[in-house]
Design a protein around this ligand. Sequence first.
Ligand SMILES: [Zn+2]
Length: 713
Amino acid sequence: MLGAGRLRGLGTRAAPLWPGRAGSRGLGARIRARGVSTSWSPVGAAFNVKPQGRRLDLFGERRGLFGVPELSAPEGFRVAQENALRKADLLVQRVCSMAPGPQTVLIFDELSDSLCRVADLADFVKIAHPEPAFREAAEEACTSIGTAVEKLNTNVELYRSLQKLLADKKLVDSLDPETRRVAELFMFDFEISGIHLDKEKRKRAVDLNVKILDLSNTFLMGTNFPNKIEKHLLPEHIHQNFVVAGNHVIVDGLHAESPDDLVREAAYKIFLHPNAGQLRCLEELLSNRDLLAKLVGYCTYSHRALQGTLAQSPETVMQFLEKLSDKLSERTIRDFEMIRGMKMKLNPQNSELMPWDPPYYSGVIRAERYNIEPSLYCPFFSLGACMEGLNTLFGRLLGITLYAEQPAKGEVWCEGVRKLAVVHESEGLLGYIYCDFFQRAGKPHQDCHFTIRGGRLKEDGDYQLPVVVLMLNLPHPSRNLPTLLTPGMMENLFHEMGHAMHSMLGRTRYQHVTGTRCPTDFAEVPSILMEYFANDHRVVSQFARHYQTGQSLPKNMVSRLCESKKVGAAADMQLQVFYAALDQIYHGKHPLTASTTDILRETQEKFYGLPYVPNTAWQLRFSHLVGYGAKYYSYLMSRAVASMVWKECFRRDPFNRTAGERYRREMLAHGGGKEPMLMVQGMLQKCPSIDDFVSALVSDLDPDFETFLMDSE
Ligand SMILES: [Zn+2]
């Protein structure tokens, strides 16, 4: 029912946690910032202007994190977690004693909601809260709810209540598609614990799950572990690029951007030097995953992992990767020739192209051909301008406005976190996005979207509004300077907002499938689609204004940026195809036909093109094998769908309201409650083939004719 490690949600509280507070600041007013000559809309101002002395709210009621009353102090986590567990017990009793029907699914979802609302919130707080006491309390809550979930997953009585429903064909046929899908998803989560097997096999499944979890953690730690080498084995002049400790040089990464060929080569060979323990760990992880999949009834781990996804089967994934590889190969060869040419120009004595070269030399070519120095762009991308851009875009496409609200005392975990109410022109408030955008010590570096609370239809007919956090790592504004984003940061902001809008606009009956809780290969579609908007000059020009002069970003600067991204992009994509194929083979038929290193060499030769370097084992650094096991292809496939949606529906007019409404209705509204291929079909109004997926990805690499015309003007 509730996936290991990733909880899905159950339950409501008597009092509404999020009473709608209408008062958004300065609605409709133009705010004039001190020292800034440009005027911004309210949402732009909220992000560009430093709050002028936070309103001192001495007498206001302290409301607790995310408005959850218990969470005004770390101890509150214990209360919240006890309440959730108590409620879960009642719901288990209720569902086990009633006749099977649609209500069964509703209660399962409520059970999941009551646990997830604490666990998801705690999952976020344990990594993001600046105060250790809060982080520790949250960590404890995660552990205790995790244990409870494990117990529920092996609760035979609970399982039978769902099985009775799914075994009754007449009942199943009477369910609406979303309810049926959610019932099947809960069942799918149960079955990985082997609950449907006899006692002996069930015990075996539980043991395998524990072992896999252990191996996953050990492997993940090993992917980051530095390697060391005796100092005298490396030329002295490159020691300074690494950490030197006593007689050793320590290498903790690939140094892929270093301009010195020798530094990159040394880093590659040392960092990727195989570690026997890590190798054993990976092999054991893969074979245990295979055993578990077979035990619960699948022929490979990949077959299990891909059930219910857009791709649906490992065969489709391999077909997709092979076709993509074929279609890319000529472009990749051209990319490699171009990169080799640059290497020869800069380093004539040693111009053989090696796997540690492409990222660096592509960067050199990009900088030489296109004048895309980030400092030229940043002044046009103040955070406020970008937020205004998003607000305008969502307004025109979907009739949605973002309002900056003043959070209550204790509601946010850190000064500088902004709260956005997402409001539809006729439907009203849809949900809340907390924007934790600025750098601080100890904050994770990755940009990320967190679901804090999923949307769902409650028993009383009200809709539980979704709540999410977007976490970025932007520089702080100062008194005279708003936060300025590089083009890459701007694109990331759009990407993460794509996830947030998926969460806000999902209107699923069940929180188990709210917003981004959908198959992995579909989850990145809404966010990658936003990248297409972020790279379109018609979209960019309506918000990118110089923060001092108000001047718009010239069109050719936008085009130059887009074209620069295509430098080496075929070779890049080819590398991703190689990784995805490797992941498929590792999680395919067992026993594997050769060692993981031999498979890496063969797959690299077939799917990439640059030679395998003896005595290296890149797979031991491939951390995504843990989280994405058999689904690493997802990013490529999501990109293919986003590209098709962009071209078919938005490229002609990126502000087209009809297309926006269709996008909301056919894709976003369903979260994970509908089969992904049906959503894609509904959006594109045709059933795309694998060839369509491949063409969409490859055609994005073609240079844009218009840009060349413009540059020659
Ligand atoms: Zn994403």
